[in-house]
Design a binder for this molecule. Structure first.
Ligand code: ZN
Ligand code: ZN
Length: 213
């Protein structure tokens, strides 16, 4: 049985998900911790639940979702997994943050391994499959757990909304096309855990999301 612990980190705020199962192997999806207090909150949860963090995954490489990848490397020895087409964001992470008047505490961290459409991530008894849905960023990945009927959608789709497409490498048409082709065909009951805001389901968004109707 999969467990999902949602954290809201940094001023944006970003939903970061710690996903684990009975084996106590865990994956962190997006590392958006900004303050020391947020880092402690994550580390304490991992410790108190006796979890082993076995991978760090990024939905995409906008700074608010990966600003603390360096902390995860320092504390747990893990480098992130992300799509190669988002690699260009890594070098200008401080600049991206500065545009929003945010000063980062840690240096950017290189991507450790690349993930692409159809790739699978395994930890414990859990399998997450990568769906590449560009348009918000060129390398946006949605992580899909078919067995549990959940997706972690990053900034691709939100409750009643979709990601912005006006950032570097973004394209609105590509985003909508990708959502319609790869996400909407998933079973209606599939729960969407987005990078910002409340969760929703595929069925609800098919009916009520004005960008997709
Ligand atoms: Zn983003
Ligand atoms: Zn975001």
């Amino acid at each position: 049985m999969m467990k999902i612990k949602q954290f809201e980190f940094n001023p944006f705020p970003v939903n970061c998900y710690l996903v684990f199962d009975d084996t106590k192997q865990a994956a962190l999806i997006d590392a958006g911790m900004w303050t020391e207090k947020e880092e402690e909150e994550l580390a304490r949860y991992i410790e108190q639940h006796d979890l082993t963090l076995s991978c760090l995954l990024n939905t995409h490489m906008h700074f608010d979702h990966c600003m603390d990848n360096a902390f995860i490397f320092q504390k747990y020895g893990l480098r992130t997994t992300a799509h190669t087409r988002d690699e260009f964001f890594v070098q200008n992470i401080a600049l991206q943050a500065a545009q929003f008047n945010i000063k980062l505490r840690r240096d950017p961290q290189e991507i450790g391994s690349y993930i692409n459409e159809g790739d699978e991530i395994h930890f414990g008894n859990t399998t997450l499959k990568a769906l590449h849905v560009p348009g918000h960023s060129p390398g946006s990945i949605v992580y899909y757990c078919e067995k549990e009927a959940v997706i972690f959608s990053g900034d691709v789709i939100f409750k009643r909304s979709v990601g912005r497409a006006d950032l570097p490498g973004g394209d609105f048409h590509t985003l909508i096309k990708g959502i319609k082709e790869k996400l909407l065909p998933l079973p209606d009951e599939t729960v969407i855990y987005p990078g910002h805001g409340p969760k929703t389901t595929i069925g609800e968004e098919k009916r009520y999301n004005m960008y997709l109707i």
